[in-house]
Structures are given as structure tokens and as C-alpha cells.
Write a protein that binds this ligand. Structure first.
Ligand SMILES: *Cc1c(COP(=O)(O)O)cnc(C)c1O
Length: 454
């Protein structure tokens, strides 16, 4: 490429990116004090006269790269972050050059078409109802917001109320049921939707954090039940089959927050655990977690496409086609072509490659749990997905161990609270994590334990 406005910059960005990626195994997983202090290089007044674009890119690499969290590497286990498959980073660059706005096929035939293919592949891979409408959002928070808006629309429409036109004042009341261990983002979604964080019935959970189907309140045709496939701590999956069957009897809506674990639907050995999930009304997951696309990418799936289109359509016009346009499936109008990365991940791995990747997360998680027990930790969950919750010593000792590991730069994981106890949470969700990464991380944890407890 010879266009002098682009070529030197793209070459420079590629060189810096390659340098960054090469350096990932050796950089501290969480940036140290000096690297974070280096961010002050950006702390200057807005230039009156613009600076050379090459210097802009150099500055990003020079002061920005060292202060990043190395979750693109294989030893970051915090939250549930996921890596980005190399092909998805490359696809992201190309899509960046395209600069498409995926509002509708009028704005971007390529962006819309490729996204629609990726959405159909998702339904196929997860074996969810093919008539569902699928939308791509920034993340699972907005994906669930979108699905719950569709639920609100459907439940109220069946009761003769048009919530999009008339709002919630004076509407029949929707009863919302969540588990005691509901993810905080669902509560935020309920707040944003006018359904209220506190206006919910909380169902007790078992020792794995699963909603107890035998403790459900009475359901009716105006009930919205929020379930989880992949508890953010334990990775456990609610007994969604049993819950859906109760809900079906009365016409309640069942939503599945599968940000962490919807992929379990594709894993044969978990078929018993995931039984009945296919019968729910809406599902979400994250591309940027398990699927290993770059940030940001959430996925919302709603069986009753018309309900999603009513909730998300820009105009009040009813949209008969199954999928509709991207703008009729998500809150945003203008947005980037994140479907390109979903497509790239799925195309490059294929069905078996995807299954293998999800199973690798689980194998590493089990190895992690065994290694932690060997060091003296107590593992607090049944490690069946990609999440490990463990504890050792007093809360102060545990905190000191975490700080010690963070300072070593060898790996990073966060604190959590589980079954009333302070604990650590390890999430394995990067394609890049290897057995050697797990061993190296366990060695760092062992050294920290010995330094703190002996
Ligand atoms: C991460 C997560 C979310 C929120 O997803 P974002 O992509 O951060 O918006 C929701 N539910 C669960 C269980 C999660 O783990």
C-alpha cells in the first residue's frame, strides 16, 4: 500500500501490535506502579496544533501499551474476560478500515450480510430455535437489557397493553423473578427498564449458586423469570428445564443470562445439565468472553422475533421478516461491524474447533482446581465449566496472597465472596491459556502462599 496518508501509520501500528503481542508472555499481567505512572505522558493540554499522526501512534505504544492489563495473554483469570483469537484481531483491523455502520443493509450491505450469517451460525451452533432474531450489542449487559425489553413488550402485549406506545404508567404489573445470586447487570437492566431492581422476587439458591426450581414463587402470564447459564462465580447452570416447564404452563417468559456459559449448549457431556434451555424465550451470551472476539461484543437471541422488533424497532412499523435489520434488533442505530469478528471466529475454528476451545477452558479449570488443592486451598465449587472458586487461610491472608501474586506479575485473578466466605475466582476463558500457563500461575500462587502463610 502506498497511500502516504495510511501506509506509514498502518505499518507502524502493525509493528507496535506485533511487538506488544510478542512481549505478552514477559509483561506483568497487571501493570506495575511505574507503568501506570507512565500514563501521565497523556496528561497534557489539548494541542493547539495537531501532532504528527506517527507520533500519536508511537505515544500509544510507548506509554499506553505498558499500562495495559495483559488479558490478551494466557495468564489473566480475572472477571470473565476472554482473549481475542488472532483472526478476530485481524478481522477487526480490516473492518476498521472498512468503517462500516451496521444500522441496516442500506448503510452496509457487507456488514449486515456477514452479521446475519454469523447470527444464523450462532443459532445453529447453540441449536436454538432457528426462527429467533439475533442482535449484537456491546456486551451481555445490553444484550439482556434488549431481551428483557422484548419480554416486557410481549408480556404486556398479551395483556392488551402497548408498552412501546404508552409506557409503563398504568400498565399491568409485571412480576420479575430472579435468583438470590443474580448477576448485578441484570439488576441494572431491570432498573433501566422501569421494572425496578428491588421490585423482584428472589429465589433461594443451592450450594452451587443455582436457582432452586422447587422454591419458585407462583408464576403467571405476567411473570418474567431471569435464569443463569453459567454463574459468574461457580459456572453453575440453573435447572432451566424444570423452570421453563413451570413457566410454560402459565405463559411466563424465561430469560437465560448465558454471558459465561451459554456455550455449554454445544457440549454433549453437559446435555443433562443444559436440558430444557432451548425451550426458554430469550438468551444472551458474550462474544468477548468465551468466543474470544475482541471487545466489545454481546449477543442477544429472542425466539419471538416480533417482540424484539417491537421493543427495538425505530419506527412503530411491524417488521415481518425473521431477522429484520440490525437497528431493529438492538438499542443502537449506528454501530461498528462487530459481526465480522463473530463470523471470523466461527469460520476459522469451525464447529469442532469451537467445541475444543470451550472444552480446553474446562480442562484447564479442573487442572487449576487440582493444583490449588495441592497448595492447600479449599475449592468451593463443582468445577464443571470454566470457573474455579477457592479459599485459604484468613481473609487477611487471602488478600495478602492476591497482592503478592499481582505484584509478581505472573498472573491475575480477582476476589469474590462465595457461600459467605472470602475467596478467589479463577476464570479460564482465553484461547491462549496453555497447560504451561496454568503451571506457571500455580507456581506463583504457591510462592505467594508460602510467603504469606508458610
Ligand atoms: C459478564 C457478565 C455479564 C455482563 O456482561 P458484559 O459483557 O460485561 O456486559 C452478565 N452476566 C454474567 C453472568 C456475566 O458474567
Amino acid at each position: 500500500m502506498t497511500d502516504p496518508r495510511y501506509a506509514p501509520l498502518l505499518d507502524l501500528a502493525a509493528a507496535h501490535a506485533a511487538d506488544y503481542i510478542e512481549g505478552l508472555p514477559d509483561m506483568p499481567v497487571f501493570p506495575g506502579v511505574a507503568a501506570r505512572a507512565g500514563l501521565s505522558a497523556f496528561d497534557e493540554a489539548l494541542p493547539e496544533v495537531g501532532i504528527d499522526p506517527r507520533y500519536v501512534i508511537d505515544r500509544l505504544h510507548g506509554a499506553g501499551s505498558p499500562a495495559t492489563v495483559a488479558n490478551a495473554g494466557g495468564r489473566y483469570y480475572g472477571f470473565v474476560i476472554g482473549g481475542a483469537l488472532p483472526v478476530t484481531v485481524a478481522a477487526n483491523w480490516l473492518a476498521g478500515a472498512w468503517d462500516q455502520v451496521v444500522t441496516s443493509s442500506v448503510n452496509s450491505p457487507a456488514g449486515t450480510y456477514i452479521e446475519d450469517v454469523a447470527c444464523r451460525w450462532l443459532l445453529d451452533f447453540l441449536d436454538l430455535p432457528r426462527e429467533s432474531a439475533v442482535g449484537l450489542t456491546t456486551g451481555a449487559t445490553v444484550a439482556s437489557f434488549t431481551a428483557l425489553a422484548a419480554a416486557r413488550s410481549a408480556l404486556l402485549a398479551r395483556a392488551g397493553w402497548d408498552v412501546e406506545a404508552d409506557g409503563l404508567y398504568g400498565a399491568p404489573e409485571i412480576k420479575v423473578v430472579v435468583s438470590d445470586d443474580v448477576h448485578a447487570t441484570i439488576e441494572k437492566d431491570l432498573a433501566m427498564l422501569g421494572l425496578g431492581r428491588n421490585r423482584v422476587t428472589r429465589v433461594p439458591v443451592d450450594s452451587e449458586g443455582r436457582m432452586r426450581a422447587d422454591a419458585l414463587p407462583p408464576l403467571d402470564a405476567l411473570t418474567l423469570v431471569c435464569t443463569q447459564c453459567g454463574n459468574v462465580n461457580s459456572g453453575s447452570i440453573d435447572p432451566i428445564g424444570a423452570i421453563v416447564r413451570e413457566a410454560r404452563k402459565v405463559g411466563a417468559w424465561v430469560h437465560v443470562d448465558g454471558a459465561v456459559g451459554l456455550w455449554a449448549l454445544a457440549l454433549d457431556d453437559l446435555a443433562e445439565t443444559t436440558e430444557g434451555i432451548v425451550l426458554a424465550d430469550s438468551w444472551v451470551t458474550d462474544g468477548h468472553k468465551g468466543l474470544n472476539t475482541p471487545y466489545d461484543c454481546g449477543i442477544v437471541i429472542v425466539k419471538e422475533a416480533a417482540a424484539l422488533h417491537r421493543a427495538m424497532g425505530i419506527s412503530a412499523a411491524y417488521l415481518p421478516e425473521a431477522m429484520g435489520e440490525p437497528k431493529d434488533r438492538v438499542p443502537e442505530s449506528s454501530r461498528r461491524a462487530r459481526g465480522v469478528e463473530v463470523w471470523a471466529a466461527m469460520a476459522s475454528l469451525g464447529r469442532q474447533g469451537l467445541i475444543d476451545m470451550f472444552n480446553r477452558f474446562r480442562i484447564h479449570a479442573r487442572a487449576f482446581a487440582a493444583g490449588l488443592e495441592d497448595i492447600g486451598f479449599e475449592v468451593l465449587n463443582d468445577v464443571m465449566l470454566n470457573q474455579v472458586v477457592a479459599t485459604i487461610g484468613t481473609p487477611e491472608e487471602l488478600k495478602a496472597i492476591r497482592a503478592h501474586v499481582e505484584a509478581s506479575g505472573e498472573c491475575w485473578f480477582g476476589p469474590t465472596h462465595w457461600l459467605g466466605r472470602d475467596a478467589i475466582r479463577i476464570a479460564i476463558s482465553s484461547w491462549r491459556t496453555t497447560e504451561a500457563d496454568v503451571d506457571r500461575s500455580l507456581a506463583a500462587i504457591r510462592a505467594a502462599k508460602e510467603a504469606v502463610i508458610g
